[in-house]
Design a protein around this ligand. Structure first.
Ligand code: 13P
Length: 263
């Protein structure tokens, strides 16, 4: 059975003091492992501070929001997978739509980053999602499928199994417009069947696929009950301690319900 997972993507938000305060609050409220896995992704300049606070709390992981695909060298301003490993970071968001949109990251870059993350033992949180124009043209499924295929190009099944995939429709990010649970589940099912084509049926049932885009505690209950939606990649709501805790509770309860049905 797949564990549910909630990942907080803080993006370029919070002062250092606020980031520390939020982390200490999470740490003191989540003393033991929850049924849902939890990760926070602070801005890269805070990674060391936040991962140090959480180092004796292995059930709350620290992830990065981005990295370059080169190991080291003259790449001013970039952070390498090797450096993330040095900080004991276990996860890295790759191909977020904001990286694609504002920093011109291509599918090819995303593929190289996924390969580099895997080489260094980092779990890629591989983001895909269509923009509004594509959705209105009825091409959401074909574009997302294409992004998935390009992102996992040349990966073997063992590597594909290590991915977490996040379906984040661009039009739903930070807009308050949520993709319905039914629509999100439909695309996520398609992603799962694409994974099946490129690996094995067993692996396609193991890979976790999350929904992201205006996730809040008052809308996510609808999403998390769908069996193919394994959790959330959360932006704005992850900056608020109470909201983030509610999302962790929703995912934990959904996990426990699935578990009780499967025994
Ligand atoms: P919001 O939850 O703020 O819409 O952001 C979603 C997102 O981009 C998470 O990576």
């Amino acid at each position: 059975m797949r564990n549910k997972i909630i990942i907080g993507n803080w993006k370029m938000n919070l002062s250092l003091a606020d980031a520390q305060d939020l982390t200490f609050k999470l740490k003191s409220s989540i003393k033991v492992e929850r049924p849902a896995e939890i990760t926070v992704c602070p801005p890269s300049v805070y990674l060391l501070t936040i991962s140090n606070i959480l180092k004796d709390t292995p059930h709350i992981k620290t992830g990065a929001q981005n990295m370059f695909y080169k190991e080291e060298g003259a790449y001013t301003g970039e952070v390498s997978p090797k450096m993330l490993k040095d900080l004991h970071i276990e996860m890295v968001i790759i191909g977020h739509s904001e990286r694609r949109q504002y920093f011109n990251e291509s599918d090819k870059d995303v593929n190289l980053k996924i390969k580099a993350a895997l080489k260094f033992g980092l779990t890629p949180v591989f983001c895909v999602g269509e923009d509004l124009k594509i959705r209105e043209k009825g091409e959401a499924e074909s574009q997302v499928k294409n992004q998935v295929l390009e992102g996992i190009k040349d990966l073997n099944s063992a590597d594909i199994e290590k991915l977490i995939i996040a379906y984040e429709p661009v039009w739903a990010i930070g807009t308050g417009k949520i993709c319905s649970g039914e629509d999100a589940n439909k695309i996520i099912k398609m992603i799962r069947s694409t994974i099946k084509e490129k690996s094995t049926p067993q692996i396609s049932e193991t890979v976790r696929i999350l929904y992201g885009g205006s996730v809040k505690s008052d809308n996510f209950g609808e999403h998390i009950k769908y069996p193919d939606i394994d959790g959330g990649l959360v932006g704005g709501a992850s900056l608020n301690f109470e909201e983030f805790m509610k999302l962790i509770d929703l995912a934990s309860n959904a996990h426990s319900q699935v578990q009780s049905h499967s025994v």
